[in-house]
Design a protein around this ligand. Structure first.
Ligand code: AMP
Length: 192
């Protein structure tokens, strides 16, 4: 099973992807997590990506295409994977199409979580408050300004992907404002 989750930051892509990893025994590949790990380890990629990420802007297509291509060659991706946060631009989607073709692989579905932006800002504030209350570390891009910047980046660069995948006939849209269980049930129906 090879899936892509589309949706703005805070839409619940990560939450849904995690649930599916257990059900299908396939990994969730979050480019955001991979980049944050690279920043934490101060690798070459991490050093190049940090300032861009902190500003809520997108890291270059070249960097993310390469990390995804390497990652899907790993043995744990043999049965499939869930892409969360990638592709994020039309050129990334085109690069992914080519990458999968060259590896002899096909996508099963692209699931878009539709959400209301004002509600997303409230969700982000709650997530920060909960993280602080439980003694966790708040992401350096989880502040209202960077978050709004990420939403703008989404609208301008990622939203056009819906059209790309609608044209290929792979796009499935789910109401991301419903509660977690209801969203999961909708996704299950699509994948059944
Ligand atoms: P996320 O955890 O998916 O919200 O990603 C956090 C940050 O990582 C984003 O704001 C971007 O700076 C960067 N990032 C993650 N995935 C991508 C991608 N596919 N293309 C470009 N930048 C990305």
């Amino acid at each position: 099973m090879r899936l892509i989750f589309l949706g703005p930051p805070g839409a619940g892509k990560g939450t849904q992807a995690k649930l599916l990893t257990e059900r299908y025994g396939i990994p969730q590949l979050s480019t955001g997590d991979m980049l944050r790990a690279a920043v934490a380890q101060a690798t070459e990629v991490g050093k190049r990506a940090k300032a861009v990420m902190d500003a809520g802007q997108l890291v270059s297509d070249e960097i993310v295409n390469e990390i995804v291509s390497d990652r899907i060659d790993a043995p744990d991706c043999a049965k499939g994977f869930i892409l969360d946060g990638y592709p994020r631009t039309v050129p990334q989607a085109i690069a992914l199409d080519r990458m999968l073709e060259s590896k002899g692989l096909k996508l099963d579905a692209v699931i878009e979580l539709k959400v209301d932006e004002a509600a997303l800002v409230r969700r982000m504030e709650n997530r920060v408050a909960e993280t602080i209350a439980t003694g966790g570390t708040v992401r350096s891009d989880d502040n209202p300004e960077a978050f709004k910047r990420r939403l703008t980046e989404y609208r301008e660069k990622t939203a056009p992907l819906s059209e790309h995948y609608a044209e290929t006939g792979q796009l499935k849209t789910v109401d991301g404002m419903a509660d977690v269980e209801a969203v999961t049930a909708e996704i299950d129906k699509i994948l059944a």
